[in-house]
Design a protein around this ligand. Structure first.
Ligand SMILES: Cc1cc2nc3c(=O)[nH]c(=O)nc-3n(C[C@H](O)[C@H](O)[C@H](O)COP(=O)(O)OP(=O)(O)OC[C@H]3O[C@@H](n4cnc5c(N)ncnc54)[C@H](O)[C@@H]3O)c2cc1C
Length: 256
């Protein structure tokens, strides 16, 4: 019945280099790109280079490799170019309490979430807060309360049922909408989330190191680990660590 968070990075940027070469060839430009950089990193660099048309036949004029170029863009506050790189994730097994906070991040994020109106929550699972999971004597009491709430949900689903298998879609929606009012904040949910690098950086800065919000920090760190392994240069000013309890942290290291 208790659910653990799983995150899947299901899409990442992919560059069509042939098209870029067509553009560069037409202008008689040359881009000495860093081949080891990811598509996301190259996209951000390309966005910056288009702004200044900084393509040249002369290698001495290509001042920076990709990682240094991106760091320079970030340092100078030219952050809109970070919006060209985006990733999609399936986030499974976070609480509805967390998803309510997550969707407050409006800019550069897109969301699709499991519906409690279309999806029957009879088999719902629940996310145990880390603070309670660490204390077995509290964990069993917590499970009891959650099971009680869930049996209330099932009882009301039956009591409000307007025709079993014959019920219309809207009748089912109405029944589940009313019954779900009994489900706890800990009810596990599944989201499909897409976000660009700028939005993710803002999210990691805001949510990655709040000591009193372990579930959100775990999510932020898990997402950070996936995107940093895909495109490290976009996140070099962030550092991963752990707090005293061993729970993960990610925070932006501001230049001294
Ligand atoms: C510690 C903490 C406690 C919180 N407590 C509460 C709480 O008690 N209640 C509550 O409701 N929320 C709370 N929040 C949520 C918080 O207020 C933000 O809604 C959430 O963190 C998303 O941040 P954001 O608006 O910067 O992100 P986004 O919505 O992604 O926006 C990104 C940036 O775009 C700009 N922007 C976006 N929309 C506008 C706009 N309409 N006008 C001008 N600029 C805009 C801003 O610069 C913003 O920072 C809390 C957040 C944190 C981190």
């Amino acid at each position: 019945m208790s659910k653990k968070i799983s995150i899947y990075l299901i899409s990442r940027p992919c560059i069509d280099h042939d098209e870029i070469e067509k553009f560069l060839g037409y202008r008689e430009f040359r881009w000495l790109k860093t081949d080891s950089a990811s598509s996301a990193e190259q996209l951000v660099e390309l966005g910056g280079r288009i702004c200044y048309m900084s393509f040249s036949e002369d290698p001495s004029k290509i001042r920076y490799p990709n990682s240094k170029y991106i760091l320079n863009l970030i340092d100078r506050g030219h952050h809109s170019v970070l919006e060209h790189a985006s990733w999609s994730f399936i986030i499974d097994g976070v609480s509805r309490a967390l998803s309510h906070q997550l969707v407050r991040h409006r800019i550069g994020f897109s969301y699709s979430q499991l519906s409690q109106q279309y999806h029957d929550e009879k088999d719902a699972e629940f996310v145990v807060p880390a603070e309670i999971a660490a204390r077995p004597e509290l964990h069993s009491a917590w499970s009891r309360y959650v099971e009680h709430a869930h049996s209330g949900y099932e009882e009301f689903l039956s009591a409000l049922d307007k025709g079993g298998d014959q019920a219309s879609k809207e009748e089912n929606r109405s029944t589940r909408s009313a019954a779900r009012s009994l489900l706890p904040n800990a009810t596990a949910t599944t989201l499909f989330v897409s976000a660009n690098a700028r939005a993710l950086r803002h999210f990691f800065s805001e949510r990655g190191s709040i000591l009193g919000d372990v579930e959100m920090r775990r999510l932020a760190c898990a997402m950070f680990d996936l995107v940093v392994s895909d495109s490290p240069s976009l996140f070099t000013d962030f550092a991963r660590s752990e707090c005293a309890e061993g729970w993960p942290l990610v925070r932006r290291e501001l230049p001294s």
